[in-house]
Design a binder for this molecule. Structure first.
Ligand code: NAP
Length: 359
């Protein structure tokens, strides 16, 4: 049986309050400070992962008690030490590979520095995250009847590990692409890479509000707070929000009935997944980065499959094929954690048509 570890951390203070009632009575500042001092610990065991090939895997979710802002506010060395300690805890439980969830995948050049700090291979899980983000986005665009060759793609966080690879894979199908990031030299590099793959009309910007131009938006920044406001979205647009914490403000779901926002990287696990912890997802459903770690454990491929910031298209295709082999699949289209029924998508299209007619 394959055994893996997976590192998680609270995305906000509410996540902490859900686990510890006492935290509800304390100020967010006190909670954040107490959390920072707490060592990593095993949160839950995950059992019942059974591939369609018959292979089985189990794993240990280890909590790294840090909030998103800690990952940039604290010295990198300190953050890496805590992550390495969490990896060792998973390894002691029997894990032969450790997946780096959410912001634990960011420091130390996307996990690269960790490789020399621990004796267990690590993977960020970002290759399968890219595969599922691309698949979900294309499906959502098809349902919204968006013709890619006449449309604009916007990628927010285009210089990042996930954003760059999504841009390389999607941009050549679109009429125009806008890459948003904070560092111009890195944006230029991604633009050149896309052009080498046949992409045309590629623009770069640091202006977040350029999201407004997108018929299709991939939101995958590593900002600690939501960036995309309701007024920034084009009517009829598809937005795939891969970021955790989310890039798209929750207000979008209430105020923009003419826009289709989907949760990126949400995957159904084969077998009967059991774990004694609420990930905020229905039973049997996990994030793609978790799924990548499970897939590698099922394959007993104990190697740093996705490390660093430069994911190749080949890596994405390879993990996608392995996911299919073991029976992992997109968990339908979901929006703000709820399944999107076909009627809801029809309603969004109707609203978008109504907005277009009244303008
Ligand atoms: N759904 C899933 O299964 C899943 C799996 C893995 C990761 N994630 C999430 O995906 C997100 C990105 O991960 P990653 O590994 O690709 O991160 P990354 O490599 O650090 O890239 C982050 C990108 O966001 C940009 N950025 C960061 N803060 C920004 C801000 N305030 N304004 C504008 N741009 C900003 C960065 O730009 P510069 O570097 O150029 O400044 C970079 O382009 C994270 O939220 C992570 O938790 C989700």
């Amino acid at each position: 049986m394959g055994v893996f570890g997976f590192l998680v951390h609270p995305l906000n203070v509410n996540d902490v309050s859900r686990k510890y009632r006492l935290a509800q009575k304390l100020s967010p500042r006190v909670v954040a400070s107490a959390l920072r001092r707490r060592p990593p610990f095993v949160l839950t065991e995950a059992k019942g992962i059974v591939s369609v090939t018959g292979a089985e895997a189990r794993g240990y979710f280890v909590a790294v008690p840090l909030l998103p802002f800690h990952f940039s506010a604290l010295p990198e060395e300190k953050v890496l030490k805590k992550i390495a300690r969490a990896c060792r805890i998973a390894q002691k439980e029997g894990a032969r590979i450790v997946g780096l969830g959410a912001f634990t995948a960011l420091p130390g050049e996307g996990g690269r520095k960790l490789l020399s700090m621990v004796d267990v291979p690590v993977t960020t899980g970002n290759s399968y995250t890219v595969a599922t983000a691309v698949e979900g986005t294309l499906e959502a665009a098809r349902l919204m009847e968006i013709k890619l060759s006449r449309s604009t793609l916007v990628v927010l966080g285009a210089t990042g590990s996930i954003g760059r690879a999504c841009s390389l894979m999607l941009a050549p199908s679109f009429h125009r692409t806008i890459l948003i990031g904070r560092r111009e030299e890195y944006l230029l590099k991604v633009k050149e890479e896309i052009e080498k793959r046949g992409g045309r009309n590629i623009f770069i910007t640091r202006d977040l509000e350029s999201v407004k131009e997108g018929d299709v938006v991939i939101a995958v920044s590593s900002a600690s707070e939501a960036l995309i406001e309701p007024s920034w979205l084009k009517s009829g647009a598809v937005v795939c929000d891969v970021a955790r914490p989310r890039d798209v403000s929750e207000r979008v779901s209430k105020e923009r009935k003419d826009v289709l926002v989907i949760d990126g990287g949400v995957v159904a696990v084969p077998g009967n997944l059991e774990m004694d912890f609420n990930l905020g997802l229905p039973k049997g459903i996990v994030l793609a980065c978790m799924a990548e770690t499970m897939i590698l454990a099922l394959e007993e491929r104990y190697e740093p499959f996705t490390i660093g910031k430069e994911i190749t298209v080949e890596q994405v295709e390879e993990i996608k094929a392995l996911a299919e082999k073991h029976g992992f699949s997109l968990a339908g289209l979901r929006s703000f954690e709820k399944l999107l029924p076909p009627e809801k998508i029809e309603e969004i299209k109707r609203q978008a048509r109504f907005m277009a007619a009244s303008n």
